[in-house]
Design a protein around this ligand. Structure first.
Ligand code: ADP
Length: 695
């Protein structure tokens, strides 16, 4: 019994232990099952994330490939990443590049530029699998695995753009070369035209001096007019070609403004007076008398504008005035001509543009004058514009940034607070300009445009102290008015005359005037004539020359002058002109002949020469070589005085002048030789040599 109890107890215990074991096993299995399920879920999640990542990488990759940029990352030289486009440069798959150190040969490059954030950009031309390619790169440093610094380059193929740029540069160079060739051709051709044309004009001059009968004189005058018109045209074309070819070098030199304006006015005034219109000029007193700039080009601008104004104006007048403006100097050329339609005001500055002005207005010229003006003004960094309304005259305004010369003296202005001047002039600009010049002296000014209104002013409350009467009022009305002025006890009564009128007018005193002024009136002359105390100045060089030229004396009497010139007609012209001035002229056809003549004269085998005019361009021996040879000869012979040598050339650019002086010339004159220039030399040679009085 006891044994069965123990048996039962053992069996029962074993069964319990078994049960417990089973229960534990079951519990563990459940736990395992749960863990497996969680693991499965994680794996699935991981798979999902992997798939999303792969998808996004693919998306980025296709994006990168689609936009065509080249991408490469290197660790030092070793490629750690490359995209397909970069691989294509090598003709390889991008996968094959990774791990390699492959580089493409560089054929050319442009300087690199630093960008923000430490990046840099540069362009290089590479020898790729597909041929030469220009790539524009942006290079940056990026962090790789484990924070390692990698170099990333993103590039774009710019071969098409570079090819376009190259083609553009080439096309521009070709166009510029063609335009320059055209301008050079024009310049050469017009230069070749000038020589014979000047021959024709010079011959016409000489013919006039031979005493032709009235009919012949008319023909000669026609010859001159046509010749001059043609010469003006050729000059325009030549100037235009020079500006176009960029051959024009501006000089920056101090020049006398008053002299410049007066020369322009005096050059154009005869044309105006011949048409019965008036040309008046005025320089505002505050303008410095000396400015810095290119005087000759400025003269060209003024001559073109004033010349046009006179050409197109049939009645009334033309006014040229200069004043200081904010931007520098303002030049105004106004006229009372037909005007210009508002819609043409801009395009008249383009070459060959002309306005149809209707019957009665002669259209001559090539339509280049204003184009030249615009280009010159542009070169001087200035501005030019036209203002006009059809039928109401035209005004051209030029503003130039010209500085005052350091040595510019203050313009002299008299002090006339007690004076009252009456101006009588029917001419549009003259009275206004003269009034301005008088007003700055502190004097009172009244202006009358008719003799009747002038008479009223004579007996007015404030009696004038001086009266200026413009002859444009009419000969009789002017003289009658002068009588009225004298009767009212006013002593100063001046008549304003054009040079032509001056010749016919006779003595002003006989007609009741106290004196005269030549139109266009120079402010300076006005001050001098009305003020005995005003400092008188020495006449300018130009004035002496003009005065002498008009005197037509023979300053060259007995002087022996050598003319070296290969062109027969030109030579004849200069020789005859010299002879008219009383010289004995010798002609040499080239430099060598000239040198022989000089040698003979130095040796005493021929009369001594006073002057040699040497054409620069001559066959056999040029003028410059001839001058050098003459100077060497003088040194060899130990001659005390040098023979004056004057270069004559069609090219009077600064470089040509310098070359002439370097060769030993004393002067350089432009072709065609102007009588005035020749006269100046003859006068200089006729003067007793310095020191001869004391010797
Ligand atoms: P051109 O005088 O040789 O014809 P420009 O270039 O000097 O050439 O002038 C172009 C055109 O502008 C002239 O043909 C003329 O029709 C017009 N023009 C120029 N100046 C004036 C002016 N002062 N009054 C009226 N028209 C003018």
């Amino acid at each position: 019994m006891v044994s069965s109890f123990w048996s039962w107890l053992i069996v029962g215990g074993a069964a319990l232990a078994l049960c417990l074991l089973i229960a534990r096993l079951l519990f563990q299995r459940e736990q395992l099952r749960r863990q497996v399920a969680a693991l499965l879920r994680d794996t699935e999640n991981l798979n999902d994330r992997l798939w999303t990542l792969a998808d996004s990488e693919e998306r980025y990759r296709s994006l990168i490939e689609a936009q065509g940029d080249l991408i490469v990352r290197r660790d030092g030289a070793r490629i750690v990443y490359a995209n397909r486009a970069y691989g294509a440069l090598f003709g390889a798959s991008e996968v094959d590049l990774v791990g390699s150190k492959m580089q493409l040969p560089q054929l050319a490059s442009r300087p690199a530029q630093l960008l923000e954030g430490g990046a840099r950009s540069f362009d290089e031309c590479l020898a790729t699998y597909e041929g030469e390619r220009w790539i524009s790169w942006v290079e940056t440093a990026v962090a790789g695995h484990g924070g390692k610094a990698l170099i990333q380059r993103v590039g774009r193929d710019i071969s098409a753009r570079i090819a376009g740029e190259d083609a553009l540069v080439e096309a521009r160079a070709r166009a510029e070369a063609a335009s320059e060739a055209k301008s050079r051709f024009l310049a050469t051709v017009s230069h070749e035209f000038r020589t014979p044309l000047n021959g024709i004009l010079g011959m016409a001059d000489l013919l006039t001096d031979t005493g032709p009968d009235a009919e012949q004189a008319t023909y000669i005058a026609a010859l001159r007019t046509s010749g001059e018109a043609l010469l003006a045209l050729v000059d325009d074309i030549l100037d235009f070609a020079k500006v176009e070819a960029g051959k024009l070098e501006l000089v920056e030199e101090p020049f006398d403004v008053v002299q410049l304006v007066e020369t322009v006015a005096e050059l154009v005034a005869p044309r105006a007076q011949a048409k019965g219109i008036e040309l008046s000029a005025h320089i505002a007193p505050e303008l410095p008398t000396r400015l810095i700039g290119d005087r000759d080009r400025l003269r060209q601008i003024l001559l073109n504008l004033v010349g046009n104004a006179v050409k197109f104006t049939e009645a009334g007048g033309v006014g040229l005035s200069l004043r200081l403006s904010g931007a520098g100097v303002e030049i105004t050329v106004a006229d009372t001509g037909p005007g210009i339609p508002v819609d043409r005001l801009e395009d008249i500055f383009s070459e060959f543009e002309q306005v149809e002005h209707g019957a009665g207005i002669r259209q001559s010229g090539a339509g280049l004058g204003l184009a030249i003006v615009r280009r010159l003004v542009d070169l001087m960094a200035g501005e030019v514009r036209a203002e006009s309304r059809l039928g109401e005259g035209a005004t051209f305004r030029v503003t130039l940034p010209l500085a005052a010369a350091a040595d510019a003296p203050r313009p002299g202005i008299p002090h006339w607070p007690q004076q009252h001047i009456l101006l009588v002039s029917p001419v549009p600009f003259a009275a206004r300009f003269l009034a301005e010049a008088i007003r700055v002296t502190g004097a009172a000014v009244s202006v009358a445009t008719t003799a009747e209104s002038a008479r009223v002013k004579l007996i007015g409350e404030t009696r004038p102290t001086a009266v200026l009467i413009d002859h444009a009022l009419g000969d009789m009305p002017a003289k009658d008015l002068a009588a009225a002025v004298a009767a009212s006890g006013i002593r100063d009564c001046l008549i304003l005359l054009s040079p032509l009128e001056r010749r016919q007018f006779g003595a002003p005193q006989a007609a009741g005037f106290s004196g005269f002024l030549i139109k266009p009136v120079r402010t300076r002359s006005l001050y001098e004539r009305l003020d005995a105390d005003f400092p008188h100045r020495l006449p300018a060089m130009g004035e002496i020359a003009n005065a002498t030229a008009s005197a037509r004396n023979s300053p060259g009497t007995g002087l022996h002058v050598l003319v070296a010139e290969d062109n027969e007609i030109n030579a004849l012209l200069v020789v005859r002109t010299l002879e008219r001035f009383g010289c004995v002229a010798f002609w040499a056809r080239d430099g060598r002949e000239a040198l022989q003549r000089v040698e003979a004269s130095f040796a005493g085998a021929a009369p001594p020469l006073a002057l040699a005019l040497l054409d620069v361009r001559m066959p056999v021996m040029t003028g410059l070589d001839c001058a050098r040879a003459i100077r060497a000869l003088e040194r060899r012979l130990g001659r005390a005085s040098a023979l004056p040598l004057v270069a004559v050339t069609a090219n009077v650019a600064e470089a040509d002048r310098e070359a002439a002086f370097a060769a030993g010339m004393d002067d350089c004159l432009a072709k065609p030789l102007e009588r005035a220039a020749l006269l100046r030399w003859l006068e200089r040679l006729s003067l007793p040599p310095a020191g001869s009085l004391s010797a």
